[in-house]
Design a protein around this ligand. Structure first.
Ligand code: ATP
Length: 254
């Protein structure tokens, strides 16, 4: 059964810089004089006076099949970092992340996509990676072809695609293999209106199969329509966690 269990998760990045004295001084000033909500609130020094960016701090939540979680928050709040931690790209510094079930990620268009290979070759390669049979691979290829509407470009190297075309291919492929847990950053909404309409219809059908969705977006409409729960992140901590309307009302009026 699909599930996500995040407990006391903290993530920070050390800053390794050749000449960090000026940086440290400005950070020390920022840290000592900062407001909690100020843009430098997550810059700190560790016990060894190294500068660290504390991106997520003590994050906990659980998700069960059918949950559709939206992450909202201003620029640099930690939404993408949280998605990357769920995907296993970042290891927790403190706390733990447990994800059960097969996972599909729409976090970075180039992730797992070889630009030298054609769209079709990338589809076949992904199927090979997941151990999918030839017959099923042929079905998936047809499905991606129908969805992405790339025409002859499906047999062209991905490096010749526009960014919107890469989004269509990546989204089509990630959703064709029907993961139990789908993690999605908002970049895919860069597609044109027709694509967003199709993407939504496809996502709805995935979520109907009681899978888990975690999506980050700056668009309130997307959050209202797609999510059953919202977490508002601010400077790496959970400011509010609850029903979409309540969290959006508080977030938009803050
Ligand atoms: N590898 C890294 N090294 C240092 N700092 C990082 C790293 N990755 C992210 N950060 C910092 O962590 C903070 C949170 O970044 P993140 O991309 O998670 O924010 P976000 O909420 O997704 O923002 P946006 O809405 O602008 O995409 C930012 O201040 C960013 O500069």
């Amino acid at each position: 059964m699909a599930g996500i269990d995040v407990s006391g998760l903290s993530i920070s990045f050390p800053i390794y810089h050749g000449d960090s004295r000026t940086l440290k001084k400005s950070m020390a000033n920022a840290v000592s004089g900062m407001r909690r909500s100020g843009p430098a609130a997550h810059l700190q020094e560790d016990a060894r006076q190294r500068v660290i960016v504390s991106v997520l701090n003590d994050i906990s939540f659980r998700l069960n099949p059918g949950d559709r979680l939206g992450l909202i928050g201003g620029n640099g709040a930690g939404k993408t970092t949280l998605l990357r931690a769920l995907a296993g790209i970042y290891e927790p510094v403190v706390g733990r992340v447990r994800v059960s079930g097969t996972m599909g990620t729409l976090l970075d268009t180039n992730l797992g996509m070889n630009p030298e290979l054609t769209g079709a070759e990338n589809v076949r390669l992904r199927c090979l990676f997941f151990g999918i049979s030839r017959t099923k691979t042929a079905q998936i290829l047809r499905d991606v072809e129908d969805f992405a509407e790339l025409g002859a470009f499906l047999d062209m190297p991905v490096k010749t695609y526009s960014s919107g075309m890469v989004v269509r291919l990546a989204f089509g492929l990630a959703t064709a293999i029907a993961p139990q847990v789908l993690l999605m950053d908002e970049w895919f909404m860069a597609g044109d209106a027709t694509f967003i309409h199709k993407a939504r219809a496809r996502l709805e059908s995935l979520v109907e199969q009681a899978e888990i969705l975690v999506v980050s977006s700056h668009q309130p409409e997307i959050m209202r329509q797609w999510c059953t729960r919202l977490i508002w992140l601010e400077n790496g901590v959970i400011r509010m966690d609850g029903a979409p309307e309540a969290v959006l009302d508080a977030y938009l009026s803050a």
